[in-house]
Design a binder for this molecule. Structure first.
Ligand SMILES: [Zn+2]
Length: 372
């Protein structure tokens, strides 16, 4: 490592140390990182000058000596915006450098492939930034999460049948957005949010159990994309040979049996109501739920056999699954060939409705932190 790398490395170490500790004195930084005081001082000055950390005076020393300066992390020196486009909603979020949600806005809006709709996307981004009084200069970028297969090289949705977005490019979605943008697959955004925010896990498979089924392969805190186009598209794993028709043209895909509408269709499209009635002991809904979990259990077992990693249950169903983990675990255990206990690897998601938009925004936070 040459001298420039060593210097750079020291700065990163100090920056991430303060990020983790939230605040620390110069002496403690030098001691914990095993660096000399002049090295620490020089880097702290650099970071303070750029507004990335602050040097505030700690409370008055009782002994009357000099007050030690505590350097603290500034988590909102930069922020990122996430935008999730679904059939019925536009969801926007602002996250800080810790990934904390600064603001989340959920607007009911039917997706349309029109210029007016694209204008609405731009307006939604501007509105959320203005609503919290954030200086547009500190916005790192806008991650746009959509369904469909995305070719990252072309910056384009190359397969999009869930909403009519096939052939639309990053530039189309960004037409009225005045910040840098990235186009991200919705399940990958959600999975990325879960793994990036997790302090416990680095590898996992994220199942997006929403009105459509998707998944995300997460390796070492990053999304694994195969050879570039996609990976982990479990919605189109075959669950039932020659089964129900899927929108993809095949029969018996997991999509057909595990989508959340299998449940919400029983309660006029209201998934929350489904779970309220289920809790109240509705026998018919209980049967529907039990049947649904049987299919999900097959899917989980297949994923476990393939990847042998933790499996995060997310999406719309992930929000409600905590109360039903023991039933699901029992079903999964019955299918496991190696007598494994699913309670060791099956985990409910940590994030809820904002997860996709947050994950899309976090792609920018990650890039920023990687650039330090
Ligand atoms: Zn399919």
């Amino acid at each position: 490592m040459d001298i420039v790398d060593v210097k750079h490395n020291n700065r990163r170490k100090i920056y991430f140390y303060i990020r983790e500790q939230k605040n620390a004195t110069k002496q403690k930084i030098a001691y914990d990182l095993n660096l000399s005081l002049p090295t620490v001082t020089q880097n702290l000055e650099y970071l303070v000058e750029r507004g990335m950390i602050s040097d505030e005076i700690k409370e008055q020393n009782r002994g009357g000596g000099r007050n030690p300066v505590a350097y603290s992390y500034i988590s909102d020196v930069k922020v990122a915006v996430g935008l999730e486009i679904t059939h019925h909603h536009i969801k926007t979020v602002i996250v800080d450098l810790y990934g904390n949600v600064v603001k989340y806005v959920h607007k009911r809006q039917l997706y349309e492939r029109t210029d007016a709709y694209l204008k609405l996307l731009g307006d939604s981004v501007d509105a959320i930034i203005e609503s919290v009084g954030i200086d547009p200069d500190i916005v790192l970028g806008v991650g746009i999460a959509v369904s469909g297969l995305i070719d990252q090289d072309k910056g384009m949705v190359v397969y999009g049948r869930i909403i009519d977005n096939e052939g639309m490019s990053k530039d189309d979605f960004s037409k009225y957005i005045k910040y840098p943008t990235k186009l991200i697959h919705d399940s990958n955004a959600a999975g990325f949010c879960e793994i990036w925010m997790s302090t416990e896990h680095k590898n996992a498979y994220y199942i997006n159990l929403s009105n459509n089924i998707g998944g995300s392969v997460l390796i070492n805190n990053e999304v694994y994309l195969g050879d570039g186009l996609y990976s982990g598209e479990i919605g189109h794993l075959n669950l039932v040979p020659d089964g129900g028709e899927c929108y993809c043209g095949q029969k018996g895909c997991a999509e057909v049996y595990c989508n959340a509408e299998q449940l919400s269709d029983r309660t006029d499209g209201d998934l929350g109501l489904f779970f309220i009635h289920l809790k109240q002991g509705d026998k018919e809904l209980n049967e529907v739920w039990d049947n649904y979990l049987d299919y999900v259990a097959v899917l989980i077992n297949d994923i476990r056999m393939m990847f042998g990693c933790k499996i995060i249950l997310g999406g719309y169903i992930g929000i409600y699954i905590k109360d039903y983990m023991s039933i699901l675990i029992e079903k999964v255990n019955k299918k496991n060939s190696f007598y494994e206990d699913a309670s060791n690897y099956l985990i409910p998601c940590n994030h809820n409705v904002e997860v996709v938009a947050s994950g899309a925004a976090l792609y920018y936070v990650k890039d920023f932190l990687d650039s330090i």
